[in-house]
Design a binder for this molecule. Structure first.
Ligand code: LHQ
Length: 262
């Protein structure tokens, strides 16, 4: 296993946890940290024992976005386009395309690209302490790292514009009402609630989960006819797996299936 400096990577019972670990800056994203998150995801993707990934932050925040103190002082020395291409885009695309479910466990602030990171996960469970901000406009930038893709899909165009234009913080309850997070729980229940879902997903048939992820994201962008065709192709593949046979047998025998990922 590769060692990490800026995050903690744990693996237990089929669940890999990636915990960003720069709490003094609310887990602001540096090049090194971004590289490590991508590395940790690649490791989780490769490892056949990992069925689910939880991404979270150490300390009182989830992630405050790009580390603004790590940017070159001289704006002319910054090449934001190259920076996005090199560090942010591969990470966001990896999360979206990775066959395994990713749950963002959000406590405290998720701002700027930190909010994008949470949105690129498949599910979001928030503590009542969670706060979200499209902070970009406050420093005269625009939403990046997938925010223009995920945000309007999650909350609709009008709320996406409200968040992006004003850059205000919204609290966990608003995020829940707007569909930005799946659940909000008390701070001391956040870990249990997240890992209860992670454990259920770790016990579910992994190929089905992978295909459901592809199907839903594809379906959200397709016309009905295309979605039906795409669903059919995946369903034919799913029906041919050993796990499908195991699942049907368990149902008929009234037992609990153990899925093998085949
Ligand atoms: C930070 C940060 C931070 C460094 C808190 N950096 N230190 C941009 C450019 C280039 C390429 C690619 O993409 C991007 C995308 C982006 O992500 S742009 C958006 C970047 N993020 C922000 O603009 C958010 C900046 N932070 C804040 O507005 C506040 O810190 C929030 C509202 C997040 C939290 O406020 P508080 O709870 O009051 O905490 P705090 O402000 O006291 O922060 C605690 C410490 O963390 C503090 O350090 P200090 O040494 O003073 O204790 C902050 O300076 C540091 N910190 N965010 N992004």
């Amino acid at each position: 296993m590769v060692g990490f400096t800026w995050l903690e990577f744990e693996q237990q019972e089929g669940i890999a946890t990636i915990r960003l670990n720069r709490p003094e800056s609310l887990n602001a994203l540096t090049d090194d940290l971004l590289r490590e998150i991508s590395g940790a995801l690649a490791q989780a993707e490769r490892d056949p024992f990992v069925r689910v990934v939880v991404i979270t932050g150490a300390g009182r925040g989830f992630c405050s976005g790009q580390d603004l103190k790590a940017l070159p002082r001289d704006p002319d020395a910054r090449d934001i386009g190259a920076h996005l291409d090199r560090f942010y885009h591969p990470l966001i695309e990896k999360m979206h395309e990775m066959p395994k479910p990713i749950i963002a466990m959000v406590q405290g602030v998720a701002a700027g690209a930190g909010m994008s990171l949470a949105m690129a996960a498949d599910l979001r469970i928030a503590s009542q302490t969670a706060r979200f901000s499209q902070a970009f406009v406050r420093i005269a930038l625009v939403p990046d790292s997938g925010a223009s893709y995920f945000l309007p899909r999650l909350v609709g165009i009008a709320r996406a514009l409200e968040l992006a234009w004003f850059g205000d913080m919204i609290d966990a309850e608003t995020a829940l009402n707007w569909g930005l997070v799946n659940r909000v729980v008390a701070p001391d229940e956040l870990t249990d609630a997240t890992y209860a879902w992670a454990k259920r997903l770790a016990a579910a048939p992994p190929l089905s989960l992978a295909m459901i992820k592809r199907e839903m994201y594809r379906g959200a962008e397709s016309r009905l006819h295309d979605a039906l065709q795409y669903e059919k192709g995946l369903q034919v593949a799913a029906a041919g797996t050993e796990d499908h046979r195991i699942g049907v047998e368990a149902f008929l025998n009234k037992t609990t299936p153990t899925f093998r990922g085949r």
